[in-house]
Design a protein around this ligand. Sequence first.
Ligand code: TTP
Ligand code: MG
Length: 427
Amino acid sequence: MSDRATVLHVDLDAFYVSMELLRHPELRGAPVVVAGGLGNRGVVNTASYEARKFGVRSAMAVSQARRLCPQAVFLASDYAYYSKASKQFHAILRDFTPLVEPAGSDEAYLDVRGTEHLFGAPEAVAATIKQRVREEIGISASIGVSVNKLVSKVASDAGKPDGLVVVAEGTEAAFFAPRPIRELPMVGRKTAEILGGLGIHTIGDIARTPESALVAKFGRHGADLRTRAFGIYDAPVVSSRGDAKSISRDITFDEDEPDGDRLRAVLRSQAERISHELVKSGKAARTVSLRLRFPPFETLSRSVTPQVTTDLADEIYSHGCALFEKAWDENERRPVRLIGIGVHNIVERARQLRLGETLEADRLQDTVESLRDRFGDLTVRRANELRSPYRHHGPDYIPPFTAPKFDAELPGSAAAEIGHGDGEDWE
Ligand code: TTP
Ligand code: MG
């Protein structure tokens, strides 16, 4: 293997589900869905590969997932439990190089150039990382190795689950050529349809299409698309140790989402995950932003900087939702390709009591957070959320009780320019 293929993309397989299977081993092999809230307004966080065969996907409404796969076991998300594993995961990666760029709770890019004398060739580093994740966390990771982040990302996806795919320097275009266009991170469903209409089905077909034809269809994105189809991608791995400047969560829908209630439910789930991360690190944010994308690539960002900082899910949600309502109205309430909330201008949390806010309310929030940390997110819920998360198992099902001790926080979620999950760069 050439000596420039030193970029690793590491991504945990079905992360939340894999964590649940550790403590519910009896569910191995079954379709399992982990969701933020199991009621009608709940949103799927992730699904086991068995459930994905039925079409269940991240960010889908729980009601739709139940229709697609009624036999699946539905579990409520326990973010504190996953955060602890996420922290362990990122710590393992930093044992190999300081050049680690987190790209979400369960994925990161590493550049291991110059570490051969310590850990061996990049492929050997990748094998060791997989083994350590397996031994220390108990779940599997997939890794792609190549000359850049784009090719490594596609390679790690190609090897899932539990894969290790090495793309030697100089073979990027050949590796991409036979693969379906949807495997390129920037190609969503609508773009794929448009390309399909032009007779373009594989990444190699894109590479063979004249740039002018792609530019005519997609504007400047057309040129980017073609460059990337050759596996060319320049952005280096950027280490982002230290405090996050922003935290964001976004999702690209498989099918453009027309339903406002669904979009709001996704925003709420994102706000809850961001709030959890802020609270764990003792931080609060000044600015809340919203990101929307309409097909194929039209993206808009809006932000608001309220008078007081916040770390509360309800507030992050209501600011994000207000931005959403306005922006969506202005865009004829068209179906949405991507939606996400971010918080920026993150500062140490020194929350002043606000007019009308009592010390008790502040203490209550702290108590709720610490109960959630010790016993999981389900311990303390709003009255209107009350409904047994395990009800669908039938009356005889007793969930194994686990009380994860939690002392973790998610690593500073910086930026991935590619990737459609968590933590895409918004700035
Ligand atoms: P992903 O890495 O996108 O998905 P995954 O790890 O479940 O599955 P894969 O094997 O394909 O990598 O996301 C990591 C975790 O982030 C996922 O387990 C749950 C969470 N997540 C959400 O909560 N909502 C979302 O919309 C997405 C995409 C992920
Ligand atoms: Mg993953």
